[in-house]
Design a protein around this ligand. Structure first.
Ligand SMILES: Nc1ncnc2c1ncn2[C@@H]1O[C@H](COP(=O)(O)OP(=O)(O)OP(=O)(O)O)[C@@H](O)[C@H]1O
Ligand SMILES: O=P(O)(O)OC[C@@]1(O)O[C@H](CO)[C@@H](O)[C@@H]1O
Length: 301
């Protein structure tokens, strides 16, 4: 079984404007909303690929109810813990030429609620895959991902971590199967500006020295680069000629496709292609990648 963990799910409120001006009232030209949070997005794209997963995490309030309702899918078992107070966050994604995101803090999670999640983590067995993705509310300690991974000690679980800074770095000692920083996250970790392809390879290799097995660096419209556990470097670009509609969740779609590719063929080059097709599919659609779009694009990689 594949488990995804989203500690801080969201409703993604996408607002489109011709231009964003600060200090005045702006009016949208259109708006959409989707359920989101990185682990949830991974579960949704896995479902499109025909792969079942269990989505773990926390929800709260009316937005939490909407998230659970929106996740009704025969391929997804939603097994969230409902928090005593607060509401699951609403993240604002402003599309006004440039993309500006406002990701909110999310509800408070207390120690008892966290322990309830740990009980669910105890059900994960050898042979399972655990995908932990996204940020945490600032009321949770930075070691929460480590504490989740520690629970699996002694079990042969494939661990995937997609998170920023300390949350990611602190998990490396547990030798995760896959991490997927984007260019900005890679730059932040090493307090530098990652510009060239050789920079990407160099810092991906540093992350391997720190414990990661496979490092997949997503580069937005420039595609993605994988340094696999055997030291081989793989690269995929993006398919040209499509209009980019919405890149929110393209990284999560890539994670879903990569994991699905590993399960399907146990071949990293193929996994990167499927991951890229999923990432591109999300970028070229409103909402997340669909099976039809993924298939159409995979044939072109
Ligand atoms: N503008 C784009 N055109 C085509 N493909 C794209 C574009 N942006 C992203 N993608 C695809 O999606 C993949 C992941 O994108 P990106 O690097 O933006 O991930 P991310 O920053 O983790 O995104 P998010 O956090 O929103 O999920 C890219 O490697 C690429 O395959
Ligand atoms: O604040 P985090 O957890 O880092 O990111 C949350 C988020 O931006 O990630 C997804 C896209 O990857 C969105 O669905 C969601 O709003």
């Amino acid at each position: 079984m594949i488990y995804t963990v989203t500690l801080n799910p969201s409703i993604d409120y996408i607002v489109r404007l011709d231009e964003l001006k600060t200090g005045i009232t702006n009016r949208t030209t259109s708006e959409e909303y989707y359920i989101g949070g990185k682990g949830i997005n991974v579960s949704c794209v896995l479902a499109e690929l025909g792969i079942k997963s269990t989505a773990l995490g926390f929800v709260a309030g009316f937005t939490g109810e909407a998230i659970e309702k929106g996740l009704k899918n025969p391929k997804i078992t939603a097994d969230f813990i409902t928090l005593k107070s607060g509401i699951s966050r609403i993240n604002i994604k402003i599309k006004a030429g440039e993309e500006t995101e406002i990701n909110c803090q999310g509800p408070h999670i207390d120690e008892e609620e966290l322990l309830n999640l740990f009980d669910k983590i105890d059900n994960i067995q050898s042979g399972d895959t655990l995908i932990i993705a996204g940020n945490i509310p600032n009321t949770l300690p930075d070691d929460v991902y480590e504490r989740i991974i520690e629970k699996l000690d002694g079990k042969d679980v494939r661990i995937v971590v997609d998170a920023t800074k300390k949350l990611l770095v602190n998990s490396l000692k547990y030798k995760p199967f896959l991490i997927k920083p984007n260019r900005q996250e890679l730059s932040e970790i090493f307090d530098t500006t990652v510009k060239t392809e050789s920079d990407v390879v160099k810092y991906a290799q540093e992350l391997q020295k720190m414990g990661a097995k496979n490092v997949l660096v997503s580069l937005g419209g420039d595609g993605a680069l994988l340094v696999d556990e055997f030291g081989k470097v793989h690269k995929e670009g993006v398919i040209k000629g499509h209009k980019v509609l919405n890149t929110v969740g393209s990284g999560d779609s890539m994670v879903a496709g990569f994991v699905a590719g590993c399960i399907d063929k146990n071949d990293y080059a193929y996994a990167l292609k499927l991951g890229s097709a999923c990432g591109n599919a999300t970028a070229f659609l409103n909402g997340l990648a669909t099976k039809d779009k993924i298939d159409e694009l995979l044939a072109q990689f």
